[in-house]
Design a protein. Structure first.
Length: 861
């Protein structure tokens, strides 16, 4: 969610509302989607225009939780689920903005666009770190606050809603992800924020810099005294805002609703702001929205909850008051939620450390609570003279400068309500994916008055798969909303949306959800929300399901043959029996990935063989090189750390080549293994040499900084289609209890590397020769694996894709003998020397043009 403008207001007065805090030896509840978005921005930087650097993102997430572990912090991660009806209007607005961003994407300085499988890679990394994770049914904010209160621990996020929740809140932007060491007796929790620290925080909020680099394994000088490691951050408590504004906790949800959040628009209070709130005041130092926040706080101070709500409703027509009251109650209901499903789930978690740390956490928190109670009592007793004078000056300034809101100011209010600042967009970035737009006014009105039925019951089997985050969030939308909200990727806007290619898989998933054994339903259609072709807008499509599953679907024991149904009767040129029998020849973790490749080759008209070459090279490099040697992407740092080693290895290989040893042999035991199993024994020296050649291709080409026209969204559209297929097959695989291992995209896919590989290969007449002699020249084992995967794919390549390549090769074969024949004829011609001498004499002769009488003047002596 997000309360509009509140993050900027708190940042502007950070020394009043935030307290420096040392985070260590405690539990921590984390907003997973919010953290994932901000870590992705930190990891990829400007590279989001290429469809997702999952390898960098995966390592960044692992490093983040490694730093938490250094400080003995036990995190609990909650992920968002599906959307509620009341959220759909906000969802549409954000999706429209996202479509505009993608259409005008800048490859060098682009606004971050979150890729299709970002959350799935985040979940993989969190699980690999051994951190408990749960996906909620709906938005996780209420559950995060409830769990934070139950565990009596801070909540880490970057969402302004947590300034309203009664919970200890750590804004992610204040967290320095670098473990520091300090003597135990020097703990500094409880001091006030310094002015320079407050100004720095305000600049960070304006610049939208949330996560600013992660430092792992921080080495500090050892000390013989007892020390502890901690992370620097700032802590916010609701009591700070209440004490300074003389408000009660019950009024804070209404305060948030008046500012506008994801469930209610600020436009609805336009008449109240214009005529009921009073004079807002004016100042060059603060914008109008910041002044409105101050005025609302001042106004609520003198009103009870009932009287405030009544005065707001009095400025509406009588016909709208009931609907408005229902909306306000709906928008404020979540802030007081005490139901906590995640606590029970984490207690049942097999690796749950909750019981081990609980007693320690309670003791630590009780001490901090006592300290804070004393601190807040002192603050309530004495609002310092400077602060009280400041409040008086501000109120006098507001009363003197402005009399009434004119019509122009009312128009200004409307414009402000349609605007969102960059910081607000950052807060809500975790909700920016999978969002849609509905431009039907009648449905807008229906949603405005509709109460959400959050008590809707989901089947037990569905929750068992959803809570451990096996399902992506769109599965809840299919079950609850009967909608699929398509998340646009970096794609070519003149083509149909890239998810259209995976619609048959999505229809198959929806069919299974509604044909569970003994729980069949009559839901034979769902709404598909996607972008409009060639336009920056969205459209609705009604997808009808007329088929029934070929095999019965029992969620407790799903039939693996239901997975094959996606490939049967949809690809006439594909031999399904051969495909699934040959899958056993691939490594277990690549089988689902290559099923997606086969589906993609048969369904996509935009994918060519160079796309396939790039995908295979990318997975060989990421799956082998990054697993064997440190994944260093900085060229300068790579050469600094491994440059001498690489030079020695190259000299050694040149010496072997001079001695007549062309290829380095493998051990007999390794050579006896199948090619995929040999990859475990690839020498590290091969990895260093291969990475040294390829490292430059992990960066944006320099030409994009001068000429944006070279950036091709057509190339990326095919890769976006492939990601959509992998995403939908991953969801189907989870629904059927994982007949295949889930693909680890962090070890398989890097968007900018794929794009550069495609451009590198598209001009090569013989790609296989280029790969062998240049890309994998230093590693025969890597080339063998690449060749093995390529030949496996060629077995199932559709004929209509194979023809173009075959014709090209045939023409090349025809041209080659002709060229050799003409060369041999010229060599064997006895008069060849005479002809060449005659040509030389002609070149030396002066040329006279008889048709040009001035030709003689052109002769130069």
């Amino acid at each position: 969610m997000g309360v509009q403008g509140l993050t900027g207001f708190i940042a502007r007065h950070a020394e009043l509302y935030l307290t420096p805090y040392e985070l260590h030896d405690s539990l921590l509840v984390i907003d997973g989607d919010n953290l994932a978005c901000n870590l992705y921005k930190d990891a990829t930087g400007p590279y989001s225009a290429f469809g997702g650097n999952y390898d960098d993102f995966y390592r960044t997430v692992v490093n983040f939780f490694t730093v938490l572990n250094e400080c003995n912090i036990q995190p609990y991660v909650l992920m968002d689920g599906g959307y509620e009806h009341r959220k759909l209007r906000t969802v549409r607005t954000r999706l429209r903005k996202k479509i505009h961003l993608i259409k005008r994407i800048n490859p060098c300085g682009s606004y971050p666009i979150f890729p299709k499988m970002m959350n799935e890679v985040f979940v993989d990394a969190v699980r690999d770190c051994g951190v408990p994770i749960m996906r909620c049914l709906f938005e996780a904010d209420d559950e995060l606050a409830a769990l934070g209160r139950k565990l009596n621990c801070p909540v880490l996020s970057y969402d302004s809603d947590f300034y309203i929740y009664n919970v200890r809140y750590i804004p992610l932007i204040t967290l320095t992800v670098k473990a520091r060491t300090k003597l135990i007796k020097e703990s500094a929790n409880g001091r006030n924020l310094r002015k320079n620290e407050a100004k720095k925080l305000e600049k960070l909020v304006k610049g939208s810099r949330v996560v600013r680099g992660i430092t792992t394994k921080n080495q500090e000088t050892s000390c013989r005294w007892a020390t502890y490691k901690y992370l620097e951050c700032c802590l916010y408590r609701l009591e700070k805002l209440i004490a300074r504004s003389s408000l009660s906790k019950e009024k804070m949800p209404l305060f948030a609703a008046l500012l506008g959040n994801d469930f209610i628009s600020r436009k609805l209070f336009q008449n109240f702001f214009a005529y009921g709130l009073g004079k807002i005041g004016g100042s060059r130092k603060t914008n109008q929205h910041q002044r409105r926040i101050r005025r609302i706080l001042e106004w609520l101070k003198h009103e009870s909850l009932e009287s405030a709500l009544q005065k707001i409703l009095n400025h509406l027509p009588k016909k709208q008051r009931a609907a408005m009251k229902a909306q306000v109650e709906s928008a404020t209901s979540g802030y007081s939620n005490e139901i906590c499903y995640s606590l029970d789930f984490f207690r049942k978690h097999p690796k749950n450390p909750l019981n081990d740390i609980k007693s320690q956490q309670q003791g630590h928190e009780s001490e901090s609570e006592e300290e804070y109670e004393q601190e807040t009592e002192e603050e309530v007793e004495e609002l310092t003279e400077e602060e009280s004078d400041e409040v008086e000056e501000l109120t006098e300034e507001e009363s003197d400068e402005v009399e009434e809101l004119t019509e122009e100011e009312c128009d200004e209010v409307e414009e402000l309500e349609n605007e969102e600042t960059d910081s607000e967009y950052e807060e809500n970035s975790s909700n920016a994916d999978n969002e849609s737009v509905n431009i039907d006014g009648s449905e807008d009105e229906k949603e405005a008055t509709e109460d959400d039925n959050r008590d809707v019951t989901f089947p037990e089997w569905f929750l068992r798969k959803l809570y451990p985050a096996h399902f992506p969030r769109f599965m809840v939308d299919l079950m609850y909303l009967k909608q699929y909200i398509n998340n646009p990727q970096i794609e070519h806007f003149h083509f149909n949306d890239c998810n259209e290619i995976a619609l048959p898989i999505l229809k198959h998933i929806y069919m299974l959800l509604n044909h569970v054994n003994g729980q069949e339903t009559n839901n034979n259609s769902f709404t598909y929300l996607t972008r409009t072709t060639r336009l920056s807008n969205i459209c609705f499509q009604q997808i009808d399901i007329t088929e029934k599953p070929e095999y019965p679907f029992d969620p407790s024991q799903p039939n693996p043959l239901l997975f094959r149904s996606v490939f049967e009767n949809r690809m006439p040129s594909l031999n399904q029996d051969s495909l699934f029998s040959n899958l056993n020849h691939l490594p277990a973790d690549l089988r689902l990935y290559f099923l997606a490749i086969v589906y993609w080759l048969h369904k996509s008209s935009h994918a060519d063989l160079n796309h396939l070459h790039a995908l295979i090279i990318c997975l060989v490099v990421l799956r082998t090189v990054d697993m064997k040697i440190p994944a260093v992407r900085n060229i300068r740092l790579f050469h600094k750390r491994f440059g001498n080693m690489i030079k020695k290895e190259r000299l050694h290989r040149k010496k072997l080549l001079a001695d007549g040893i062309i290829e380095r042999g493998m051990k007999k035991e390794v050579k006896a293994l199948p090619i995929p199993e040999r990859m475990l024994y690839v020498p590290k020296s091969d990895c260093y040499l291969v990475q040294d050649k390829l490292l430059e291709h992990f960066y944006i080409p320099e030409i994009f900084k001068k000429k944006y026209d070279s950036y091709s969204s057509v190339v990326l559209h095919a890769f976006a289609e492939f990601q959509s297929i992998v995403f939908q097959l991953h969801a189907l695989n989870a629904l059927l209890d994982f007949p295949y291992l889930a693909p680890r995209m962090g070890q398989l896919y890097c968007g900018v590397f794929l794009y550069n590989l495609y451009n590198l290969l598209k001009s090569r007449p013989d790609v296989m020769h280029y790969v062998k002699k240049y890309i994998f020249h230093d590693s025969l084992m890597m080339f063998d694996f690449y060749d093995y995967l390529w030949k496996w794919c060629m077995t199932f390549l559709p004929s209509w894709k194979k023809n173009g390549d075959t014709v090209r090769k045939i023409k090349k074969r025809i041209r080659k003998p002709k060229k050799k024949f003409t060369e041999s004829v010229v060599k064997n011609d006895p008069n060849a020397d005479m002809l060449s001498n005659a040509d030389e004499e002609k070149d030396n002769e002066d040329f006279f043009d008889l048709n040009n009488k001035f030709c003689a003047f052109l002769k130069v002596n």
